[in-house]
Design a protein around this ligand. Structure first.
Ligand code: CTP
Length: 402
C-alpha cells in the first residue's frame, strides 16, 4: 500500500498550460487509494474543465468563494478545505500564484485555502524558462520554502513556447513519487526494523490433528500495518491465520507451531529495533507426535503435554538495544499479573487485555487495552477497533523511543 492510501489530498490548479496534466495526476492519486478534492483558480478553467476533474476525483471542484445551486448561494469554506486536507499540492503553480503566496494575497479561493491550510504544502512550478530564471521567481521559490512549503522542482525540456529549458512542471508520475518519498523519509519509524508475531500456533497431535486456540491474528496484523504506515520495515511472523496484508514494507513469514515461531523470531530478533509479540502461542504441545493418525478406541485417551518454549522470555534474555513488547491476556488480577510478566520476561512494555472487558479478546474486531511500561506506569485506553488500538500501541512505542 502507498503512503498516500487513505490520505486526503487537496489539489490546487492554477492557470498554466501544464494544467492539462492534472487529469493524470488526479487519476494516479485515486489509484493509490487517496481521497482527492480539487480547487481551481478561475483562469485555470481555460486549460482543463472542472467537469473532467470532478469526474476523475469523484468530488465537486471548487473555484470561487460562492457557488449558485438551485437559486441558493453556497459558500465554499476555504478554512474547512484547508483543514480537511492531509496534504495540499499546488500544481501547476504559476509565477503569479507563487508571488501571491509569498505575499499572503488571497484574492481567490485557492490562495485563501493556502493561507488556511495546516498540512504540508507541496508546489510544482510551471512556466517559461526566462520566467523560471527570473530573480523574482527565484526569490518566490526560496521564500516559499523558507515558510516550510515543499518545492517539487520544474524540469528541463521543451516548453509550450517552443523554447527548450527549465520550467516544465514535473511529470505527474514524478510528482506522485516525489510526494511519496518525501512523506516516507519523514515517517518516525523510517529505517527501523520491527518484528511482530501474530495469530495462534498449532501443536501437532498426529498428522491430521492439533492443539490450537481461537486467535484470529487480527490484532497482530493491524499492528504490522500501523508500524509499516509509520515507515518501519516489518517482519510479521504469523501462525495459521486467514488475515491478509498488502504492504510493501511488510514481509510475512508463515509458521505453524510454537517451535517454528521460536526459530523464526530468533532469526530476525538481532537485527530488529522493536519486537512486539502479540501471538497467542500455545503454552503446551503433545510430548510425542504420532507418526500415523491415532485410531479411535472405546477407552479414554490420555495425552502427555510438555511446555513450549516461551519465545518472549527467551528474547528478553538476549535483548540488547531492542524495545521488547509483550501481550498479556488475563482473566483476573490483571494489572498485577501483567506487571509480573514485565519483570519476569525483561520487557520494555506490556499490552494488557482483560477478558473481563466486553469487546476485548480473540475473535472480536475491537479491543480494550492498558499499556504498562517498564517503570510500571499504566496507561488505559478506551474500547476501540483493533485498527485504532494498533495505532495507539505504535504511537506509544514511538513516543517512548523518540
Ligand atoms: N508468549 C510467547 N511464547 C509462549 C507463550 C507466550 O512468546 N510460549 C508470549 C505471548 O506472545 C505474549 C506473552 O508471551 O506476548 C504473554 O503470554 P501469556 O500466555 O499471557 O503469558 P504466560 O507467561 O504464558 O503466562 P500465563 O499463561 O500464566 O498467563
Amino acid at each position: 500500500m502507498s503512503v498516500l492510501g487513505g490520505k486526503k489530498i487537496l489539489l490546487g490548479i492554477t492557470a498554466g498550460i501544464a494544467a492539462y496534466k492534472t487529469a493524470s495526476l488526479v487519476r494516479l492519486f485515486i489509484k493509490l487509494g487517496a481521497d482527492v478534492k480539487v480547487i481551481m483558480t478561475p483562469a485555470s478553467k481555460d486549460f482543463i474543465t472542472p467537469l473532467t476533474l470532478s469526474t476523475l476525483s469523484k468530488n465537486p471542484v471548487h473555484s470561487t468563494f460562492y457557488e449558485k445551486e438551485d437559486e441558493n448561494e453556497l459558500w465554499n469554506n476555504h478554512v474547512d478545505l484547508g483543514l480537511w486536507a492531509d496534504y495540499f499540492l499546488i500544481a501547476p503553480a504559476t509565477a503569479n500564484t507563487l508571488s501571491k503566496m509569498v505575499n499572503g494575497t488571497c484574492n481567490n479561493l485557492l490562495l485563501a485555502t493556502y493561507l488556511s491550510a495546516k498540512c504540508p504544502v507541496y508546489f510544482a512550478p510551471a512556466m517559461d524558462l526566462d520566467m523560471y530564471m527570473h530573480p523574482s521567481t527565484k526569490n518566490s521559490l526560496a521564500k516559499l520554502q523558507s515558510f516550510g512549503n515543499i518545492l517539487i522542482p520544474a524540469t528541463s525540456g521543451e516548453l509550450a513556447s517552443g523554447l527548450v529549458g527549465e520550467g516544465r512542471m514535473a511529470e505527474p508520475e514524478d510528482i506522485v513519487s516525489f510526494i511519496e518519498s518525501d512523506i516516507t523519509s519523514k515517517l518516525p519509524l523510517k529505517g527501523k526494523k520491527v518484528l511482530i508475531t501474530a495469530g495462534p500456533t498449532y501443536e501437532a497431535i498426529d498428522p491430521v490433528r492439533f492443539i490450537g486456540n481461537h486467535s484470529s491474528g487480527k490484532m497482530g496484523f493491524a499492528i504490522a500495518s500501523a508500524a509499516a504506515n509509520l515507515g518501519a520495515e516489518v517482519i510479521l511472523i504469523s501462525g495459521p491465520s486467514n488475515q491478509q496484508i498488502q504492504h510493501s514494507f511488510v514481509k510475512r513469514i508463515n509458521v505453524i507451531s510454537a517451535d517454528d515461531m521460536y526459530t523464526a523470531c530468533h532469526k530476525y530478533f538481532k537485527e530488529s529495533d522493536i519486537a512486539i509479540l502479540s501471538a497467542a502461542v500455545a503454552d503446551y504441545k503433545p510430548k510425542n507426535k504420532a507418526d500415523q493418525k491415532i485410531k479411535k478406541k472405546d477407552t479414554t485417551l490420555t495425552m502427555e503435554l510438555t511446555p513450549t518454549k516461551d519465545i518472549l522470555a527467551s528474547l528478553g534474555e538476549i535483548k540488547e538495544h531492542q524495545f521488547l513488547v509483550g501481550f498479556a491476556l488475563e482473566t483476573n488480577n490483571e494489572i498485577e499479573n501483567a506487571k509480573g510478566k514485565i519483570k519476569r520476561k525483561n520487557l520494555d512494555a506490556i499490552v494488557l487485555n482483560s477478558l473481563q472487558d466486553k469487546g476485548a479478546g480473540f475473535a472480536t474486531n475491537t479491543n480494550k487495552i492498558t499499556i504498562i511500561d517498564k517503570n510500571l506506569i499504566e496507561k488505559p485506553f478506551e474500547l476501540k477497533s483493533k485498527v485504532e488500538v494498533a495505532k495507539d500501541i505504535m504511537n506509544e512505542i514511538v513516543t517512548k523511543l523518540i
